[in-house]
Design a protein around this ligand. Structure first.
Ligand SMILES: *Cc1c(COP(=O)(O)O)cnc(C)c1O
Length: 497
């Protein structure tokens, strides 16, 4: 199967090449030329498979230039029991007949990014070998908090790679910051950017597009690549848990094979929910994909109006991993909306870059609305949900999952009472201060992150992730800060010795 750019052109790459490059030469994202199917019969057979086997069965359909054993080696190492604290890897918790929470945060960094970023480095290294690449691959990451640590965990000390993570200086939680600045490894660097996530992401994109800089790096046998969800090797593994949770729900007896379910997805960069769209197109019985947003509601507005407009105030919220105004992966969705008419995608992306907005027109908007529904909630509502769900059901939601829960409830009020699978994207311990504040009704003052972790564990009776507790005693290794305009110089300084 070949991969092409969402923005047109003749570039046609194998999966290995697409994963190695990350981004197409013309700035577009790679999409597979055809979409494989997974029939209900094939899916039914997944009931006997564990998560690793399920992942291998799905990935082989997209990564046709990888051998079966290459794929198995990648997923077995990624979803090992030494990395994930739950033997089911992505367990589904049914809170009642209609509400099922898919816990995607049992990996090493306590957020769902591990589901993809434990696999991507392995797919990447395999790709380097397959394409006989001699250069070092430098992975540049812009993070709203969770991707950075997950990429550092995934790529740390992986041969032939280096990772540089840029995070918004005041835009991540203290736990997230600690996770990153304590990262060990010979091939890692972490830099705070004076700006928000969109600034950091645009900075990274500018570096990717800078031809002169890229050829300068080439002289030192370095090529840039990405671990952001624009990389196909990160998106594909996310399709697995849509199918996997569905078949778990069938196995539990809550639904029959073929019944439709709705997925509720706390959304930022549109990567997670896009994987759900791929699952739908591959044959999964999905009713609606429900896109949940926080106060940075650019996606809700787009889904409700057909007009994408990033020209708005940026808000810092208690669900910081969704504080995003430019959702990169939406570009892939546009490609499917226009049915491959790639000039249109290129046009809209040019408008977005130039004017900060674009409009898809009434007809396509209607198509979009048949698949997606979207709503958003503010911080107060998010905190109320955390408290309510904990009090009524004894289940602890992190702020991102709470946003999803509440938007799922809003959707139910529209009259669709089909079972919902709510994607839970972070452990509540990762955002312990907001969660505690929600439970107790006020912020604790004068207690540091680690006191809060313990307080949350005591209050809830939930077990805190070991890796988070350990952060307290780890040395701070990365102190670098830079302005957005200095990002390129910073990359050069780190990479070119
Ligand atoms: C990254 C992230 C999201 C948003 O996922 P996208 O794929 O960017 O839409 C939501 N919640 C958490 C906790 C995250 O880390």
């Amino acid at each position: 199967m070949k991969y092409i750019s969402t923005r047109g052109g003749n570039e046609e790459l194998s999966a290995a090449e697409a994963i190695k490059c990350g981004l197409a030469k013309n700035g577009g994202l790679f999409v597979p030329q055809e979409l494989p199917k997974l029939t209900l019969e094939e899916l039914s057979a997944w009931q006997k498979l564990d998560y690793r086997q399920r992942a291998a069965d799905l990935l082989r359909r997209f990564l046709t230039d990888y051998s079966q054993s290459e794929i198995e080696d990648c997923v077995n190492a990624a979803y090992s029991e030494s990395k994930f604290s739950d033997p089911k890897i992505a367990p589904l918790r049914s809170l009642d007949a209609k509400r099922h929470v898919l816990e995607l945060w049992h990996g090493p960094t306590s957020a769902f990014k591990d589901m993809a970023l434990q696999v991507l480095p392995r797919l990447m290294v395999t790709a380097l070998a397959k394409t006989k690449e001699k250069a070092q691959v430098a992975i540049l990451v812009a993070t709203s908090g969770d991707t950075g640590k997950a990429a550092l965990e995934g790529f740390c000390d992986v041969a032939q790679t280096q990772v540089i993570v840029f995070y918004p200086k005041d835009g991540v939680s203290e736990i997230q910051r600690r996770q990153m600045v304590t990262q060990a490894g010979e091939n890692v660097a972490v830099v705070a950017v004076e700006g928000n996530f969109d600034d950091a992401q645009s900075g990274v994109k500018t570096i990717f597009a800078d031809e002169a800089f890229n050829s300068l790096l080439e002289d030192s046998e370095i090529r840039l690549s990405s671990a952001n969800s624009i990389n196909w090797g990160r998106l594909a593994p996310q399709i697995v848990y849509y199918f996997s949770s569905y078949i778990d729900l069938v196995a539990s007896g809550a639904i029959k094979l073929g019944d439709k379910v709705n997925f509720v997805v706390p959304t930022g960069n549109f990567g997670n929910i896009l994987a759900g769209y791929y699952a739908l197109r591959m044959g999964l019985p999905v009713g609606r994909l429900i896109c949940a947003a926080n106060r940075n509601n650019v996606l809700s507005d787009f889904i409700q109006s057909g007009r994408y407009d990033r020209k708005r105030e940026f808000h810092k919220t208690i669900s910081p991993s969704m504080d995003i105004l430019i959702s990169s992966n939406l570009e892939r969705m546009l490609y499917y909306l226009v049915q491959g008419e790639r000039e249109k995608v290129a046009e809209w992306m040019a408008c977005l870059a130039k004017d900060g907005c674009y409009e898809i027109g009434a007809q396509l908007h209607e198509v979009l609305q048949e698949i997606f529904w979207s709503g958003w909630v503010d911080d107060d509502e998010t905190q109320r949900m955390i408290k309510e769900v904990y009090q009524e059901r004894g289940y602890l939601l992190d702020p991102h999952t709470a946003v999803a829960w509440q938007v799922g409830e809003k959707y139910r009020l529209q009259g669709d009472d089909a079972p919902q699978i709510i994607l839970s994207t972070a452990s509540p311990f990762k955002f312990n201060d907001s969660v505690l504040e929600a439970l107790e009704g006020e912020k604790r003052s004068g207690e540091d992150e680690f006191a809060l972790l313990k307080a949350l564990a005591e209050k809830s009776g939930w077990k805190m992730p070991q890796k988070l507790a350990e952060l307290e005693t780890l040395p701070l290794r990365h102190q670098k800060t830079c302005a957005v305009s200095e990002m390129r110089a910073c990359v050069q300084q780190i990479l070119v010795k």
